[in-house]
Design a protein around this ligand. Structure first.
Ligand SMILES: Cc1cc2nc3c(=O)[nH]c(=O)nc-3n(C[C@H](O)[C@H](O)[C@H](O)COP(=O)(O)OP(=O)(O)OC[C@H]3O[C@@H](n4cnc5c(N)ncnc54)[C@H](O)[C@@H]3O)c2cc1C
Length: 476
């Protein structure tokens, strides 16, 4: 270990590297419920791209595993390092390099958090519209997970808003992809390949992001329904109106009660609604004309009434903000209540009602409780699973993912596969696609040093990984 520490200190300087046992244990884990913490050999804090490149070249030469870390808010265990590895924390590469107003573009280092970028863009009337629930997350982490969040229904996910990257390959070579433009057909799109690759293909050292004008007004509706299927059945009709909502979320009764009580939020709902509503839709519209928003809001309220809503509330700004914040904390509420696993599947949005119904049946059969909420507008359902028996729980979750895939969906919409969902992914995904992904991994990272154990098992990534294992036993 001393040998490794001294070699990396020679590259980064002693101030930018720490032995794994002398950093806070926060660095040993992310927010995944089922992946145990793991202490890396060392934690490196590069301050510039040349240092990342030199670190990678060194680790590649000596077959030392590397895991990148943003803020550790991930929900799939993808930034949990292997015990013998190097954890690269990007927290000291946190500069907003440029906000280019005429081109509506921001150029940022990977350690910039969403909250920092939002503050900087607000000052010039712009916004980076990707808003996952945790604003402490970094842009590097968002890119690696292809983060989504509530606003994806209007603005798409990370991959729709990243125009270009600078990235270091496992060899230490630096590539520049894309740029301050949206159109390019010049060979394979490496920007898109790296986005969502969970730190397994390349490390991002800079990102060029598309910004949007920041709308001035918003209008929030809350609609309780007597059944979950009535609420989720309403979604396609709402989208068909063309009002282009910023948010279209559903939240079940249990999650609504727990999240609002946690923050002491009273929405003024009647006792009848509190007792009878089993699900709610939250719809946020945004724009630059308050009159237009009011008109759209009224039309939407009439539609919701026709679709079976028990009532429709227009929430004042403060209550609306608190409700969204409460909804964003749903994960921590589920964790506090003892959820053992969370699911992040996606199905076509019109299939949500049948998906939830089939899941409820599976849960009943296995004696589990399932509760949750979701980005209903884009078909992404977040469910918390409560079932002590590990084997039964895994069988239930796998069966639930199988239902989602049968309906035309996927295992993860935005959290990624990481380590947590790997067994399900490898069991259920098309083997031809998995084999192709492994070949892509081998092409980018022949020695398998980048985030081994994430997406694939280390011993399943093929020939190159076995070689790298032999070499990494050389005493580092
Ligand atoms: C309360 C809560 C709410 C959340 N809500 C949402 C949501 O609505 N939508 C959503 O999508 N996610 C959500 N998340 C998950 C999480 O915030 C995202 O996955 C986020 O993108 C992780 O960013 P991070 O900086 O914390 O990355 P980390 O957790 O540190 O790392 C995530 C991945 O990124 C890789 N990585 C980090 N930096 C780099 C880099 N520079 N180059 C290459 N790879 C890198 C890591 O190796 C790892 O694979 C939520 C999490 C919490 C705790």
């Amino acid at each position: 270990m001393n040998k490794l520490f001294n070699s990396l200190a020679g590259i980064l300087g002693k101030d930018n590297i720490l032995p794994g046992d002398s950093v806070s244990s926060d660095y040993y884990h992310d927010e995944a419920l089922g992946i145990p913490p793991s202490e890396p050999a060392v934690v490196a804090f590069p301050t510039q791209e040349t240092e990342v490149s030199a670190l990678l070249a060194f680790c590649n030469e000596h077959s030392i595993p590397i895991t990148a870390r943003g803020s550790g808010t991930g929900l799939s265990g993808a930034s949990v390092p292997p015990p013998n590895g190097v954890l690269i924390s990007f927290e000291r590469m946190n500069k907003i390099v440029e906000i280019d107003i005429p081109n509506h573009v921001a150029v940022v280092q990977p350690g910039v958090t969403l909250a920092e970028l939002d503050k900087a863009t607000a000052e010039v009337g712009l916004t980076y519209p990707v808003f996952p629930g945790e604003l402490g997350a970094t842009i590097g982490g968002n890119i690696a997970t292809n983060a989504g969040g509530m606003r994806a229904i209007k603005y798409g996910v990370t991959r729709h808003n990243v125009l270009g990257l600078r990235a270091c390959l496992s060899t230490g070579e630096i590539i520049v992809t894309g740029g301050k433009f949206t159109k390019a057909t010049s060979g394979y799109d490496l920007t898109q390949l790296i986005i969502g690759s969970e730190g397994t293909l390349a490390l991002v050292t800079e990102a060029t992001l598309a910004l949007q004008p920041r709308p001035v007004y918003s209008h929030t509706l809350l609609a309780p329904f007597k059944t979950l299927s009535e609420a989720t059945n309403a979604v396609p009709s709402i989208i068909a109106t063309g009002v282009d909502p910023l948010l279209l979320e559903y939240i079940d009764n249990l999650t609504m009660r727990a999240t609002t009580e946690r923050v002491g939020l009273d929405l003024g709902l009647t006792d009848e609604i509190k007792q009878q509503a089993l699900a709610y839709l939250i719809i946020v519209l945004e724009g630059n004309s308050s009159t237009r928003l009011d008109e759209d809001g009224e039309a939407l309220a009439e539609l919701l009434d026709r679709l079976g809503a028990m009532d429709v509330f227009v929430l004042p700004k403060k209550a609306a903000t608190s409700l969204i914040e409460a909804r964003e904390s749903a994960f921590f509420v589920a964790k506090a209540f003892g959820a053992q696993e969370i699911m992040d599947a996606v199905v076509p949005r019109a299939s949500i009602p049948v998906y939830i119904e089939e899941l409820a049946q599976l849960a009943r059969e296995s004696g589990a409780m399932i509760a949750g909420c979701g980005h209903a507008g884009d078909g992404n359902i977040h469910l918390s699973v409560f079932l002590e028996d590990v084997t039964k729980r895994h069988e239930l979750v796998q069966a639930a993912f199988r239902v989602g895939i049968r309906l035309g969906g996927a295992i993860s919409a935005e959290h990624g596969i990481g380590k947590e969902k790997k067994a399900y992914f490898l069991a259920l995904e098309d083997p031809v696609k998995i084999a192709l992904m492994r070949r892509i991994k081998d092409a980018f990272d022949p020695k398998g040093i980048l985030n081994p154990g994430v997406i694939f098992d280390p011993d399943e990534t093929g020939r190159t990984n076995d070689e790298s294992k032999e070499q990494s036993d050389e005493g580092w």
